[in-house]
Ligand binder design. Structure first.
Ligand code: AMP
Length: 283
């Protein structure tokens, strides 16, 4: 069995661990999560290990990134099992603050964003989401002062928002991107996949399959909008209600009508039953 991993529940306890590590010359990598850990989160831990010597995972279901209509109260929570998985993966410290520790009475500061945060993708459907994400990540960066932090390409727009945040506000933390971990049939792993019924789970990989087909069509010269429209039709036929299926510049997330050598990312979000899935693919 793996050695038990200490859990810090507040910032002073967190800093007590980090200060002694920093003095000993350790390189600290933060992996921010909302828990309900799966193999995708574990792949971030492994990616982190090639960038540092101590891996800290934050586990915090951040209320400010959920809209009142979203699943904050039902979001899966499993701290004990999460800590065991993280220990098994060779992690070093869990930071699991309470909501009160993160947002004390009178908390009044939010980060305001433009650029990739207002690209018209997730932000179109979840207008307050990235302000909540950026605010909590800025807090985590200040609380941990990690040398590096790992984020998944699964949340591609979030990755771009946070890379921009770190650059614009001069955080010394290097933002590292990790590729999407997928199930055997291509479905991107997500804590929210537990919401899928057996029937929905069967149809869910259609989202990824449509993106692959779309990428191939564009690469072989089909006009971008026509390829996207075919993807939308295939995704809808699998039982999804579509939020967006788009081709964007992979760095700026600016819309693209045609491709001419720039890096391209296909991004999609769609709901099947009560579950909202997102996915994306490099062209
Ligand atoms: P979450 O717990 O959903 O907030 O995710 C925490 C981190 O794990 C984020 O950086 C996500 O992008 C990343 N992540 C979630 N699912 C996956 C996946 N299937 N592959 C890679 N990274 C992921």
């Amino acid at each position: 069995m793996a050695a038990p991993v200490p859990i810090a529940h507040d910032v002073s306890n967190l800093r007590a661990h980090l200060t002694s590590w920093r003095r000993a010359g350790e390189i600290i990598v933060l992996v921010p999560t909302m828990g309900a850990l799966h193999a995708g989160h574990m792949s971030l831990v492994q990616a982190g290990k090639s960038h540092g010597t101590k891996i800290v995972m934050s586990i915090f279901v951040n209320p400010t990134q959920f809209a009142p209509t979203e699943d904050l109260s039902t979001y899966p929570r499993s701290l004990e099992a999460d800590v065991a998985k993280f220990a098994e993966a060779g992690g070093d410290l869990v930071f699991a603050p309470s909501v009160e520790a993160m947002y004390p009475q009178g908390f009044a500061t939010t980060i305001s964003l433009a650029g990739p945060a207002t690209a018209g993708l997730e932000d179109k459907v979840r207008p307050e989401h990235f302000a909540g994400v950026a605010t909590v990540v800025a807090k985590l960066f200040n609380q941990c002062r990690p040398d590096a932090a790992v984020f998944g390409e699964k949340d591609y727009q979030q990755l771009k928002v946070l890379t921009t945040l770190a650059r614009d506000l001069d955080f010394e933390t290097q933002v590292i991107a990790a590729p999407i971990a997928r199930d055997h049939d291509g479905l991107a792993l997500s804590s929210r996949n537990v919401y899928l019924s057996a029937e929905e789970r069967l149809h869910a990989p259609a989202l990824y399959r449509a993106l692959i087909k779309c990428a191939e069509a564009i690469k072989t010269g089909q006009p971008v909008e026509a390829a996207l429209e075919e993807a939308r039709i295939a995704i809808a036929a699998a039982g999804f209600a579509i939020d967006y299926v788009e081709a964007r510049h992979a760095e700026t997330l600016a819309p693209l009508d045609q491709v001419s050598g720039e890096p391209v990312r296909l991004l999609a979000a769609a709901r099947i039953g009560k579950t909202r899935l997102i996915d994306n693919l490099a062209l």
